[in-house]
Design a protein around this ligand. Structure first.
Ligand SMILES: *[C@@H]1O[C@H](CO)[C@@H](O)[C@H](O)[C@H]1NC(C)=O
Ligand SMILES: *[C@@H]1O[C@H](CO)[C@@H](O)[C@H](O)[C@H]1NC(C)=O
Ligand SMILES: *[C@@H]1O[C@H](CO)[C@@H](O)[C@H](O)[C@H]1NC(C)=O
Ligand SMILES: *[C@@H]1O[C@H](CO)[C@@H](O)[C@H](O)[C@H]1NC(C)=O
Ligand SMILES: *[C@@H]1O[C@H](CO)[C@@H](O)[C@H](O)[C@H]1NC(C)=O
Length: 390
């Protein structure tokens, strides 16, 4: 009886409610909120972050490094003699521009057009090359997926204007509180995010939108742009059009690099790419062992080994080397410059009418031929099996 009485009193109900709030609701609240930066205490920023936030400091730095910068720029023009003077002459036929990227929150299109962009590939070959200052000199710096800057500033720079993320990597990027704080919360490390798709997803059920529903709203300081359906379709069309291969047949995934390159073409007047190899690089450097990423989340994975394996499969997966062959075409047509390694010698034979013919395309043709040869035989075998044995 006493037990019944005590559970029914209003006081005990309040107690239970209080316990519930303390045990469940508050931790949940704290779990989500720390990423929302409590105070914008600028003094807690790192010196590099302050420098990148302060345009005056940036120009001072440029003056201080004037002679070095001149040296670097002269290298740049020497190494880019072919593409120099051709920048921005033409845009892709199906150029969409910044408006193709729309914020999740309020469906606001991206409005920034960058005069110059550094597109920083995540490749291990950037290590020890000291491209950081060149990269930071660009109007906008574009990075991919989870590529960090901390600890690698000398080689990859300090600033991030846009981080382009493949839709499958987006949940990974936000999977822990530490990551959410780093990519979305902390003013020293966060940047605008742009989500691109590796392959056509059913638009209504795309996972990026599900994740955004929670985190893009919570971390309201950051703009998270999702590729519009128009951009997504264009990106796929360009891939299959260049290859003259039907999409439903091969089930190939576009890489984040593909999405990032098209994003750069949409928002940048001038594009400098760092750390991206050309199609024949691995063949020309058979002993190259540079890792796939400069950060060590998969230290054992060598770029050339991974690229070779993916490229050699007739169907499925990424086709990195094929993408590079298409980029070479675009470099010639739209004036993209590649550094570390330089691509100029690779671009000489390329024009808008170049037909891309890569290892993947050869493998795919082989696969089709075999299939055609096997089909009549398989049909015959089936017919024989179906014949009733008298
Ligand atoms: C900002 O942080 C510094 C040290 O990190 C501290 O001394 C200062 O009082 C803080 N200012 C505000 C307004 O919180
Ligand atoms: C630029 O060129 C000079 C001379 O050719 C060379 O010493 C220097 O290392 C180069 N710098 C870069 C960043 O490539
Ligand atoms: C594209 O592929 C088709 C067959 O799939 C072929 O007939 C056509 O010649 C190809 N076009 C080019 C430009 O290679
Ligand atoms: C990649 O393939 C090329 C041939 O196309 C070969 O020469 C090179 O050694 C391969 N690299 C690796 C790491 O497998
Ligand atoms: C690659 O390594 C092999 C054996 O270690 C060597 O014989 C060959 O010369 C190397 N090739 C290049 C291009 O360095």
């Amino acid at each position: 009886m006493a037990f019944n009485n005590s559970t029914l009193t209003p006081e005990s109900l309040i107690k239970i409610l209080a316990i519930y709030i303390t045990c469940c609701a508050l931790p949940v609240l704290f779990y989500f909120t720390p990423g929302i930066v409590p105070s914008q205490n600028q003094t807690s920023l790192t010196p590099t972050a302050i420098r990148s936030l302060n345009p005056a400091a940036k120009s001072q730095r440029r003056m201080r490094h004037g002679s070095q910068a001149a040296n670097r720029i002269s290298n740049r023009s020497r190494d880019s003699s072919i593409s120099e003077g051709r920048l921005l002459r033409t845009r892709p036929d199906n150029w969409i521009g910044p408006k193709g990227y729309v914020t999740f929150k309020d469906k606001r299109p991206l409005s920034k057009q960058c005069q110059s962009c550094a597109l920083v590939n995540s490749a291990g070959r950037l290590l020890g090359q000291g491209a950081g200052e060149d990269i930071d000199d660009a109007d906008c710096v574009i990075r991919m997926n989870s590529a960090p800057t901390e600890g690698y500033q000398h080689d990859v720079g300090t600033r991030t204007s846009f981080r382009v993320i493949g839709h499958r990597n987006f949940p990974l990027l936000l999977s822990t509180m530490r990551k959410r704080r780093w990519y979305l919360g902390d003013p020293a490390t966060r940047s605008d995010l742009v989500v691109v798709w590796h392959y056509g997803v059913r638009w209504k059920y795309n996972p990026a939108e599900r994740w955004c529903r929670v985190f893009c709203v919570m971390y309201h300081q950051v703009n998270v742009y999702l590729s519009s359906e128009q951009v997504m379709k264009r990106n796929e069309q360009m891939f299959y059009k260049e290859l003259n291969i039907s999409k439903s047949e091969v089930k190939v995934w576009m890489s984040t690099g593909w999405g990032a390159m098209l994003f750069a073409l949409d928002v940048c007047d001038q594009i400098d790419v760092y750390g991206m190899i050309y199609e024949d690089f691995c063949r020309e450097h058979p002993n190259d062992t540079a890792p796939y990423h400069y950060y060590h989340d998969d230290a054992k994975k060598a770029e050339c080994g991974y690229y070779n394996r993916s490229e050699g499969a007739a169907r499925h997966g990424h086709k990195f080397l094929t993408e590079k062959a298409v980029f070479a075409k675009w470099a010639a047509a739209y004036g993209i410059r590649f550094h570390l390694p330089y691509w100029d010698d690779q671009l000489k034979g390329y024009g808008a009418d170049t037909v891309v013919d890569t290892l993947f395309k050869r493998r795919y043709r082989e696969y089709e031929r075999n299939k055609r040869r096997q089909e009549p035989r398989a049909a015959q075998a089936k017919a024989q099996n179906a014949t009733p044995s008298a």
